[in-house]
Design a protein around this ligand. Structure first.
Ligand code: NAD
Length: 416
C-alpha cells in the first residue's frame, strides 16, 4: 500500500464509501450517526498457557455494528492486523452484505491479534476457547453468530461451539462453518468461493462472453480463492495466475488447478510447487487478464498500483480489497468492479442456511443448498445490475445503496 493510503485506515476507506451512499440516498443525519458507528465494540484479554507452561497474553475484539434486520453475524479472524479499526470496518461490511443479499442478519466481526503460524494446535485451541469464554455473554444463536474468516476454519468453529456449549448447553447455532459431522451444512466450506464463481459466470453471460475465452488471476489461495479457482476452472475459465502469502505462479496457458487445490488442502504453499513462472504478489496483481480476483486481504489495490492494473474486470472476493483512491483510479480507467458485499456473500448465505438447519434440527441436501445459494445470490446480482443501469452508477455504488436503503427502511419501522 502507498504511504499516503497506509496513513488512512481501512475503516476510513469504508466510511468514505458509506458517506457517498448516504449522500446519494439523502439519509437523515440522525440515521447517519447510527449507521456510521458500531453498536458495541468489545476488547478482551485472552491469557493462555503456552507449550512450555508460560503465560502468553493475547487480545481479541468482537464488534457488533447493526442488528436491526436480525441477529449480529460475522466471522472471526486470527491475524496480526486484526485491530479494532479493521474489525469495525469488517463488521460494517457485514451489515451491508446481509442486507444486500437479504438474509435476516445484522453485521458483526471478530478478530484476535495473533500470528497463528507461531502457535501450536493446542495453543490455538486454548485461544479460541478463551475468546468465547470472554465474549459468551454478548453472543448467542439469536444475538450474535460467529463464523470462520482469515486463518480460522471448521476446526476453530468446532472449538468455539464446544466452549460456548460448556457454559450454555449444546448450541450448534452459535457458529456457522462447522464440520458437517458437527451440525455443519453441506456446501458451507466452498460457499464463498462458489459464490464468487456464480457472480463471475453470470457477469460473463450478461456481457455475451464465454468462460472458454476468459483468463483469470486470483490473489489468495485460501478458503475463498481456492474454491473460486476450482469452480471457475471447472466452468472452463483459464486460471493463469494464483498467489498466496508466499508469492505467486503464472502460466498464460493455464495453471493445473486440481493439483494446486490438493497442495492447498494439505497446507502447502505455492512457492513449494514448481509450475509456471514464479512471481511476487505485486507482480501478480498487474498481470494481463480478463478477470482479476483479489481474495486475500484488504487494500491490495491502491493508488500506487491501480494505474498499472491490466485486468479488464475486477471481482472483489476479499473484504475491501481496493482502497477508495484505488477505486477512483479504476473508475477513471473504466475498469468495472463487482463489489465484495455481493461477490463474497455466498459464505454468509450458506451460513444462514446452516443456522436455519441448526434451529430446526433438520438437514438439507447439497443440491438444496446449491439451488438456494444460486437463487439468493443471483436475485441480488440482478437487483444490483438493474439499479446501476437505472441510475447510471457503478455496481459498487448500486450495491451499497440497495443495502443502506434496506437497513434504513427497517430502522424506520423499528424506531419511528
Ligand atoms: P484464508 O486464511 O483461508 O486464506 C487467505 C489467503 O490469502 C491465503 O492463501 C494466504 O496465504 C493469502 N494471503 C495472506 N496474506 C497475504 C498477502 N499479504 N498477500 C497475498 N496473499 C496473502 O482466508 P479466506 O477465508 O479465504 O478469506 C480471504 C478473504 O475473503 C478475506 O478478506 C475474508 O474476510 C474474505 N471472506 C471470507 C469468507 C469465508 O467464508 N471464509 C467469507 C467472506 C469474505
Amino acid at each position: 500500500m502507498s504511504a499516503s493510503e497506509t496513513n488512512g485506515s481501512p475503516l476510513k476507506t469504508h466510511k468514505q464509501f458509506c458517506h457517498e451512499s448516504f449522500e446519494r440516498l439523502k439519509v437523515r443525519d440522525d440515521m447517519r450517526e447510527l449507521l456510521a458507528n458500531p453498536y458495541r465494540q468489545v476488547k478482551v484479554q485472552i491469557p493462555i498457557k503456552d507449550k512450555n507452561g508460560n503465560l502468553r497474553v493475547f487480545y481479541g475484539y468482537r464488534v457488533q455494528h447493526n442488528a436491526v434486520r436480525g441477529p449480529y453475524k460475522g466471522g472471526v479472524r486470527f491475524h496480526p492486523g486484526a485491530n479494532e479499526d479493521e474489525v469495525t470496518m469488517l463488521a460494517m461490511n457485514m451489515t451491508w452484505k446481509t442486507a444486500l443479499v437479504n438474509v435476516p442478519f445484522g453485521g458483526a466481526k471478530g478478530g484476535i491479534l495473533v500470528d497463528p503460524k507461531e502457535l501450536t494446535a493446542s495453543e490455538l485451541q486454548s485461544l479460541a476457547r478463551g475468546y468465547i469464554e470472554k465474549i459468551h455473554l454478548i453472543i448467542g444463536p439469536q444475538r450474535d453468530i460467529l463464523a470462520p474468516d482469515v486463518n480460522t476454519n471448521e476446526k476453530t468453529m468446532a472449538w468455539m461451539m464446544d466452549a460456548y456449549g460448556k457454559i450454555h448447553g449444546y448450541t450448534p447455532a452459535i457458529v456457522t462453518g462447522k464440520p458437517v459431522t458437527l451440525e455443519g451444512s453441506l456446501g458451507r466450506k466452498e460457499a464463498t468461493g462458489k459464490g464468487v464463481a456464480i457472480i463471475a459466470l453470470e457477469w460473463l453471460k450478461q456481457e455475451g462472453r464465454t468462460p472458454a475465452d476468459t483468463s483469470v488471476v486470483i490473489q489468495g489461495f485460501g478458503n475463498v480463492g481456492s474454491f473460486a479457482a476450482q469452480f471457475l476452472h471447472e466452468a472452463g475459465c483459464k486460471i493463469v495466475g494464483l498467489s498466496d502469502v508466499s508469492g505467486g505462479r503464472y502460466d498464460p496457458k493455464g495453471l493445473p488447478v486440481p493439483e494446486l487445490m490438493k497442495l492447498a488442502a494439505e497446507g502447502g504453499l505455492l512457492k513449494d510447487i514448481k509450475v509456471g513462472e514464479s512471481l511476487t504478489n505485486a507482480q501478480l496483481l498487474e498481470l494481463p487478464c480478463n478477470i482479476l480476483i483479489p481474495a486475500a486481504l484488504e487494500a491490495a489495490i491502491h493508488e500506487e498500483n491501480a494505474p498499472r492494473i491490466k485486468a479488464q474486470w475486477i471481482i472483489e472476493a476479499a473484504n475491501s480489497p481496493i482502497t477508495h483512491t484505488g477505486y477512483e483510479i479504476l473508475q477513471q480507467r473504466k475498469i468495472p468492479v463487482m463489489p465484495d458485499i455481493l461477490c463474497n456473500a455466498g459464505g454468509v448465505i450458506v451460513s444462514y442456511f446452516e443456522w436455519t438447519q441448526n434451529l430446526q434440527s433438520y438437514r438439507w441436501t447439497l443440491e438444496q443448498v446449491y439451488k438456494e445459494l444460486d437463487r439468493t445470490l443471483l436475485t441480488a446480482y440482478r437487483l444490483v445490475v438493474e439499479r446501476a443501469n437505472k441510475y447510471q452508477i457503478t455496481y459498487k455504488q448500486a450495491s451499497m445503496d440497495l443495502a443502506v436503503e434496506r437497513v434504513v427502511d427497517t430502522t424506520n419501522y423499528r424506531m419511528y
